[in-house]
Design a protein around this ligand. Structure first.
Ligand SMILES: [Zn+2]
Length: 95
């Protein structure tokens, strides 16, 4: 099987507790950076994806998260900063 890309969530997937933690306080699991590097070593694009409604409340910025994901080695990140009741096109999953 040839895998071109993987999409990975943040909270409870690469670290943290499954709940909101500001990027400056977030710690990835001990294996997360190595796992991301292994994907990159196999030329698999790695993308972070997350819903983060706290951005819409001003508790963090998109830039905070992009900078964080970049520091872990992700190629790019797809972040929905809106509330789940918003009418946006970037919330996952799209209903
Ligand atoms: Zn959105």
């Amino acid at each position: 099987m040839n895998i071109d890309a993987v999409f990975v969530d943040r909270d409870g997937t690469i670290g943290g507790t499954g709940h909101f933690i500001h990027p400056k306080d977030f710690s990835p699991y001990s294996f997360s950076r190595d796992a991301i590097q292994m994907l990159k070593d196999d030329s698999i694009k790695t993308f972070a994806c997350m819903n983060q409604h706290r951005i819409s409340k001003g508790e963090a910025t998109l830039a905070d998260f992009y900078k964080e994901f970049q520091s872990y080695g992700f190629d790019d990140a797809f972040i929905c900063p809106h509330g789940s009741d918003g009418d946006c096109h970037c919330h996952k999953p799209k209903n």
